[in-house]
Write a protein that binds this ligand. Structure first.
Ligand SMILES: C[S@@+](CC[C@H](N)C(=O)[O-])C[C@H]1O[C@@H](n2cnc3c(N)ncnc32)[C@H](O)[C@@H]1O
Length: 193
C-alpha cells in the first residue's frame, strides 16, 4: 500500500479491526439483515461474488452459503479483518472463503472476473470512492451487479443521491427498484452489458 491510511471511527478513517466487535452486535439484524441483503444480490449457486470490506464477516457466512458451487472472495485492507471473517465462517460450519488483502482503489483481479460485488459501509472510508467504483466496474462482467448498502448514523455514510452520481460517473446504470428508506438503504447498479 503506498498511500497513507488513517484508522479510527470518525469520518474518512478506516474502521479499525480492534473495534470489530461493534459490527457484530446482534441488534444489527434489525437494521441490516444478512439473509435479506443476500437475497438482493440475486445470486445463483455458481455465482462469483466479491465482498469488498467485509470487516469481521457479519455478512460473509450468509454470502458464502449462497454460492456453494461458485466463489465468494473476501477483500479487505486489514488482514486482521480477513482472519476474523474466515474464522467466523469456520465456526459457523462454512468453508472459509478465499481472502485477499489490499486497497480497493486497486483491485488485484482480472477484468470481468466477478458476477457481483457488494460493499456495506465501506465506500465512505475510501478516499476517491468514484475511483473505487471504476475499479469495481472493471472487475465485474458486463451486466454484473454492484450492490452498495449504507446505514444512517455511520459517519462515513454516502447518501443515495451522491452514490448514484458516483456510480453513474463510473459507468454503472441504476437498477430498477427503489433502494429503500429508513435506517439503511441498499442500492443496486449494473455494469453496462
Ligand atoms: C465499517 S467496516 C464494515 C465492515 C462490514 N462490511 C460490515 O458492514 O460489517 C469497513 C471495512 O472496510 C474496510 N476498508 C476500508 N477501506 C478499504 C479499502 N480502501 N480497501 C479495502 N477495504 C477497506 C475496512 O478495513 C473495514 O473492514
Amino acid at each position: 500500500m503506498t498511500r497513507e491510511v488513517r484508522f479510527g471511527t470518525g469520518k474518512g478513517a478506516i474502521f479499525p479491526h480492534q473495534k470489530a466487535g461493534m459490527l457484530l452486535n446482534s441488534l444489527r439484524r434489525f437494521v441490516h439483515s444478512a439473509p435479506k441483503l443476500a437475497d438482493r444480490l440475486e445470486l445463483t449457486p455458481d455465482a462469483l461474488l466479491l465482498e469488498i470490506g467485509p470487516g469481521p464477516g457479519y455478512f460473509s457466512i450468509e454470502f458464502a452459503r449462497r454460492v456453494p458451487r461458485g466463489r465468494h472472495v473476501l477483500f479487505d485492507i486489514q488482514s486482521e479483518m480477513l482472519a476474523m471473517a474466515r474464522s467466523r465462517q469456520g465456526t459457523a460450519g462454512v468453508t472459509p472463503s478465499p481472502a485477499v488483502q489490499g486497497d480497493a482503489l486497486r483491485l488485484p483481479f482480472a477484468d470481468a472476473s466477478f458476477d457481483a460485488a457488494v460493499l456495506v459501509a465501506v465506500l465512505g472510508e475510501i478516499p476517491g470512492p468514484g475511483d473505487c467504483l471504476q475499479e469495481v466496474r472493471r472487475v465485474l462482467r458486463p451486466g454484473g451487479l454492484l450492490c452498495v448498502s449504507e446505514t444512517r448514523g455511520d459517519p462515513d455514510r454516502i447518501r443515495y443521491d451522491e452514490l448514484r452520481r458516483l456510480a453513474e460517473g463510473a459507468g454503472f446504470v441504476a437498477d430498477a427498484g427503489h433502494p429503500g428508506r429508513g435506517w439503511s438503504y441498499t442500492a443496486k447498479f449494473r455494469a453496462p452489458g
